[in-house]
Design a protein around this ligand. Structure first.
Ligand SMILES: NC(=O)c1ccc[n+]([C@@H]2O[C@H](COP(=O)([O-])OP(=O)(O)OC[C@H]3O[C@@H](n4cnc5c(N)ncnc54)[C@H](OP(=O)(O)O)[C@@H]3O)[C@@H](O)[C@H]2O)c1
Length: 266
């Protein structure tokens, strides 16, 4: 992989750098990072051996530059850094910042990628959707997928889909955490101790997720039906979920998050 630069060295940048090095996609000497006023860049360098540079020069030798600061830090980026993006491929993971704003910041970059990762990316178990301006060459698409692959699964979409992606996978981990907490509370309501309820609720969500992961050809509905025998306990429980329109609630949840993502991008 050609030299890489990271603008920002926080949680997501660290996950990407560490993932790329762990998978031996590149070497520490080929990665340069910069941060803001706090010591995150130095700390990442001490952990991994990557180079640290001032923001104005961080992108100088790089072919791909990953923007991994906070969205609100975009207007404060060093003018020298923005000029250094000319001719390079820029991958932004800044939540909600549209391609047209990124293009305005780096008008002469050869490729701009707007990526939407999610929090499990911090442990390499995320899913990241991305859209580009313009359409990438095969080689740029390959490298983009390789870099974002450090966070987990990668999928190319149209930019217009990114708000809905935010509503499903961006905000989705929070729905799953809320579901897990609700399962724990429901267990406590049936007389379990908080410790037992917490442990079995977490283990159940993790186990079901791993079962889906182990059998990608099996739909969630098929997995559900395998646990549901006629007249049994699961059927009794699922009947309540259907009566309370569980799917309708999630549909509205995702619609609200998608709408909010659209509003924030405007
Ligand atoms: N966390 C997630 O799971 C997640 C999920 C989806 C999208 N994202 C997106 O990922 C991006 C990074 O999130 P994060 O959680 O990794 O944030 P973070 O841990 O707060 O890291 C932000 C980094 O940006 C650096 N920085 C601040 N000002 C800067 C400047 N002017 N120039 C260069 N670097 C600067 C900070 O450096 P110092 O602290 O050293 O000053 C820090 O290294 C955000 O845009 C967020 O929207 C995150």
């Amino acid at each position: 992989m050609k030299p890489l630069a990271f603008v920002g060295a926080g949680r997501m940048a660290s996950a990407m750098v560490e993932g790329l090095l762990r998978a031996k996609k590149t070497v520490p000497e080929a990665i340069t990072v910069c941060g803001g006023p706090d010591p995150t860049a130095r700390q990442l360098s001490e952990r991994t051996g990557v180079r640290v540079a001032e923001p104005a020069v961080v992108a100088e030798d790089a072919d791909f530059v990953v923007l991994a600061c906070k969205p609100q830090q975009l207007p404060d980026l060093d003018p020298g850094l923005l000029t250094a993006l000319n001719g390079k491929a820029v991958i932004s993971i800044l939540a909600g910042v549209p391609l047209r704003k990124l293009r305005a910041a780096a008008p002469r970059a050869r490729l701009i990628v707007r990526a939407m990762p999610n929090t499990p990316g911090q442990i390499g178990a995320g899913v990241t959707a991305f859209a580009t301006d313009p359409a990438p060459t095969d080689e740029d698409a390959r490298v983009t997928t390789e870099i974002l692959g450090a966070l987990g699964e990668v999928i190319a979409v149209d930019e217009t889909d990114l708000d809905a992606v935010t509503g499903v996978s961006g905000s989705g981990p929070a729905y799953v955490f809320e579901f897990t907490a609700a399962l724990r509370e429901a267990g406590i309501a049936q007389g379990l101790s908080p410790q037992v309820a917490d442990r079995i609720a977490r283990a159940t969500v993790l186990g079901a997720a791993r079962l889906m992961h182990a059998a990608p050809g099996v739909t969630p509905e098929e997995q559900r039906d395998r646990v549901t025998s006629p007249g049994g306990t699961t059927e009794a429980g699922l009947r309540v979920l259907a009566a309370r329109d569980f799917r309708g609630a999630l549909r509205e949840t995702v619609a609200a998050a998608t709408r909010r993502s659209r509003e924030l991008g405007e």
